[in-house]
Design a protein around this ligand. Structure first.
Ligand code: DMJ
Length: 633
C-alpha cells in the first residue's frame, strides 16, 4: 500500500503566499463573486436581468413566456418559495405611496361596485393592485385586472336589491341556512382534514385519493370561490393562506387531466378573477404547464392521465383497454385553457384546445352523435356509446359555454352545440309511458332507458342555451329543459330520503327509480340543483326554489353528520348508511348552486360569468378581442 508522506512545510509561492494562505485568498475571492452574482437576483425588480441570464429572449411576449416558463424543465418544476412576502402591504401597513394606491383602488371599486360594499372590502383588503404587474417568482406577463373588472356589467356579488327591500325575508333566511351548511362543511374539513384532499366525516380524518397526482388541498381550492361568494371572509382568508403557504406543485404522481383541470385550475382561476390575488393566477398557470404533457399524442387529443414526474401520459385502463380518451374529459378543457392563455400570454394552452376542436370538427359522427371513446393515436371513435351523462356530459356543456364565454363570437362552438343537441333529441330523447321526459343512453343504435344523476345537469344546460337557438326552437328548448328537470326532480321525490339515486330507469312500469342497490347511492352530487338554479333564473317559477329547499332539508336530515356532510349508500332507506366522504364538489357546486338559487339574479350574473363544470365562475370576454392576449376567449 502506498502511503503518501505529509510534507513538513509548504514552499512559498512566487507571491510569497503559502498554500493555506492561497486557499484563504481564493475562498475570499469566490465569496466575493458569489455575492456580486447573488445581488443580481436579490435586488428588487431584477426580473429583466434574470431574463437576460436565464432565458433566450424572443420578440413576441407570448413566446417569451413559452421559452422562459413552459420550455425550461427547471422552471416547469420550480415552485415559488412557501410563504412569500406580499408584494403589496395590507392597507395601513405600507408606505405612503402604497396607501395612496390602495385609496385610489377603493375609489375605483366604489365607482364600479356602487352597492357591493362587502365585496369591495374583501377585494380592496386582499389584493390592492397586486394583480396589475408580475411579481417576483410569478409569471412575467401582466394582466390588467382593473380593466377586466371595469368591463363587468354587474357587481360580482350583485346589488343586494332584495336585502334592502326585505331584510327579514324567507329567502334571505334560506340563503343564510345554506351559508351555515357551507360554514359547517368547511369547519369540519378544517378540523379533521385540513390540507388533505377530502374529509372523511365518520372516521374524522382526511383522504388524498389517487386522482390528483400528489396534489393536496382539493377541498380548499374547490371551496375558495364559494367562501368568497358567501362572504365567509375569515374562512376565505384561511383557504388563501393555505394556498400561499402549503399548496406545492412539485409533486410527482399520476393525475387525472380532467379532474385537476376542472377542480384545481378552475378553482384557482375563479379565485383570481374574483379577488385579483396574484397567487391564484401564478399557481393556476404553473399547474396548467404541468398538464401539457398529456397532449403529447399523435393527434394532440390528450390522454386522461399525466405523470407529473416523468411527463409521460396514458389512457385509463378501463377506457377500451387503455386505448381511448374520454369525450367528457378532453372536451372539458376549453374554458379553463383559454383563460390560462388570457392570464399568461402563453398561446400554448389555447392552441391545445383549438386543436381538439379541429379534430372533432373533422371526424365523421355517427348520425351527428359524439361517441364517448376516441383513440388519441388514430383519431377514430373506439366504441359507439353516446351519453349525456357520465363520459359525455360536460363536452356538450363546454360547447354552449364556450359560445357564451366568447361574448357570443365563437360561432363554431355554437353550431357544434345546436347540431349535437338536434342529434341527441332525434336519437336519445324519450318520453316514458308515465309522461316523464328523459335522455337515454345510446349503444350503436340500441337504447338503455336510463338516466344517470350526472345527466341531470342537462336541464340547466338546455335552458342556458335556449335563448340563442333559432327563434322557432327557443320555446321548445325552454320547455324541454323544464321537462327534463322535472324528471330529475321525480327521481328525488320517489325516494324515501328525497335525494336522488346515481342512476334511474324507465322500464317495466317503474319510472325514475334505480333498479339495483349498486345504483341507489347519492354522493352529494350537484347536477339536479344546478338545473334548478338555471331554471329559476330563466323562469322565476317558485317551484324551483321549493324543490331546492327540499334538497336542503334532505341533506340536513340524511347527510349531515357530527363532523361534516357525507354521501349515503341507499336513497331508498330512511336509515342512512353514510359513505364517509364529503366530496369536494359538495362545497364547490352543490352548496354554491343552492346559494345562488336563493340569491338575486345579479349575483354572479350570467351576463358576466359562465360556470365551469365544477361550478367555478369564469368571466365572459366583454372586451374588444384585438386587445386580448390572443386566447380568443
Ligand atoms: C363534478 O366533479 C363535475 O360536475 C363533473 O363534471 C361531473 N361530476 C362531478 C359532480 O357530480
Amino acid at each position: 500500500m502506498l502511503v503518501r508522506k505529509v510534507p513538513v512545510f509548504v514552499p512559498a509561492s512566487p507571491w510569497g503566499l503559502r498554500l493555506p494562505q492561497k486557499f484563504l485568498f481564493l475562498l475570499f475571492l469566490s465569496g466575493l463573486v458569489t455575492l456580486c452574482f447573488g445581488a443580481l437576483f436579490l435586488l428588487p425588480n431584477s426580473s429583466r436581468l434574470k431574463r437576460l441570464f436565464l432565458a433566450h429572449r424572443t420578440q413576441q411576449p407570448g413566446l417569451e413566456v413559452v421559452a422562459e416558463v413552459a420550455g425550461h424543465p427547471l422552471a416547469r418544476e420550480q415552485e415559488s418559495p412557501p410563504n412569500p412576502a406580499p408584494a403589496v402591504p395590507a392597507p395601513g401597513e405600507g408606505d405612503a405611496s402604497s396607501q395612496a394606491s390602495t385609496r385610489r383602488r377603493k375609489v375605483w371599486l366604489r365607482r364600479t361596485h356602487p352597492t357591493g360594499t362587502r365585496e369591495m372590502a374583501t377585494v380592496a383588503r386582499s389584493s390592492g393592485s397586486t394583480a396589475l404587474r408580475p411579481q417576483e417568482g410569478g409569471i412575467p406577463f401582466s394582466f390588467d385586472f382593473n380593466a377586466f373588472r371595469s368591463r363587468l356589467r354587474h357587481p360580482v356579488l350583485g346589488t343586494r336589491a332584495d336585502e334592502s327591500k326585505e331584510p327579514q325575508s324567507l329567502v334571505r333566511a334560506q340563503r343564510e341556512k345554506i351559508k351555515e351548511m357551507m360554514q359547517f362543511a368547511w369547519q369540519s374539513y378544517k378540523l379533521y382534514a385540513m390540507g388533505k384532499n377530502e374529509l372523511r366525516p365518520l372516521t374524522k380524518d382526511g383522504y388524498e385519493g389517487n386522482m390528483f397526482g400528489g396534489l393536496s388541498g382539493a377541498t380548499i381550492i374547490d371551496s375558495l370561490d364559494t367562501l368568497y361568494l358567501m362572504e365567509l371572509q375569515e374562512e376565505f382568508q384561511e383557504a388563501k393562506a393555505w394556498v400561499e403557504e402549503n399548496f406545492h406543485l412539485n409533486v410527482s404522481g399520476e393525475a387525472s387531466l380532467f379532474e385537476v383541470n376542472i377542480r384545481y385550475i378552475g378553482g384557482l382561476l375563479s379565485a383570481f378573477y374574483l379577488t385579483g390575488e396574484e397567487v391564484f393566477r401564478t399557481k393556476a398557470i404553473k399547474l396548467g404547464e404541468k398538464l401539457l404533457p398529456a397532449f403529447n399524442t399523435p393527434t394532440g387529443i390528450p390522454k386522461g392521465v399525466v405523470n407529473f414526474k416523468s411527463g409521460s401520459n396514458r389512457s385509463w385502463g378501463w377506457a377500451m383497454a387503455g386505448s381511448s380518451s374520454i369525450l367528457a374529459e378532453f372536451g372539458s378543457l376549453h374554458l379553463e385553457f383559454l383563460h390560462l392563455t388570457e392570464l399568461s400570454g402563453n398561446q400554448v394552452f389555447a392552441e391545445k384546445v383549438r386543436n381538439i376542436r379541429k379534430v372533432l370538427r373533422k371526424i365523421n359522427k355517427p348520425f351527428g352523435l359524439y361517441p364517448n371513446f376516441l383513440s388519441p393515436v388514430s383519431g377514430n371513435w373506439m366504441q359507439h356509446h353516446v351519453s349525456v351523462g357520465g363520459l359525455g356530459d360536460s363536452f356538450y356543456e363546454y360547447l354552449i359555454k364556450s359560445w357564451l364565454m366568447s361574448a357570443k363570437t365563437d360561432v363554431e362552438a355554437k353550431d357544434m352545440y345546436y347540431e349535437a343537441l338536434e342529434a341527441i333529441e332525434t336519437y336519445l330523447l324519450n318520453v316514458s309511458p308515465g309522461g316523464l321526459t328523459y335522455i337515454a343512453e345510446w349503444r350503436g343504435g340500441i337504447l338503455d332507458h336510463k338516466m344517470g344523476h350526472l345527466a341531470c345537469f342537462s336541464g340547466g344546460m338546455i335552458a342556458l342555451g335556449a335563448e340563442d337557438a333559432k327563434e322557432e326552437k327557443r320555446a321548445h328548448y325552454r320547455e324541454l329543459a323544464a321537462q327534463i328537470t322535472k324528471t330529475c326532480h321525480e327521481s328525488y321525490a320517489r325516494s324515501d330520503t328525497k335525494l336522488g339515486p346515481e342512476a334511474f330507469w324507465f322500464n317495466s312500469g317503474r319510472e325514475a327509480v334505480a333498479t339495483q342497490l349498486s345504483e341507489s347511492y347519492y354522493i352529494l352530487r350537484p347536477e339536479v340543483v344546478e338545473s334548478y338554479m338555471y331554471l329559476w333564473r330563466q323562469t322565476h317559477d317558485p317551484i324551483y326554489r321549493e324543490w331546492g329547499w327540499e334538497v336542503v332539508m334532505a341533506l340536513e336530515k340524511y347527510c349531515r353528520t357530527e363532523a361534516g356532510f357525507s354521501g349515503i349508500q341507499d336513497v331508498y332507506s330512511s336509515i342512512p348508511n353514510h359513505d364517509n366522504k364529503q366530496q369536494t364538489f359538495f362545497l364547490a357546486e352543490t352548496l354554491k348552486y343552492l346559494y345562488l338559487l336563493f340569491s338575486e339574479d345579479d349575483m354572479l350574473s350570467l351576463e358576466d360569468w359562465v360556470f365551469n363544470t365544477e361550478a367555478h365562475p369564469l368571466p365572459v370576454n366583454h372586451s374588444d378581442s384585438s386587445s386580448r392576449a390572443g386566447g380568443r376567449l
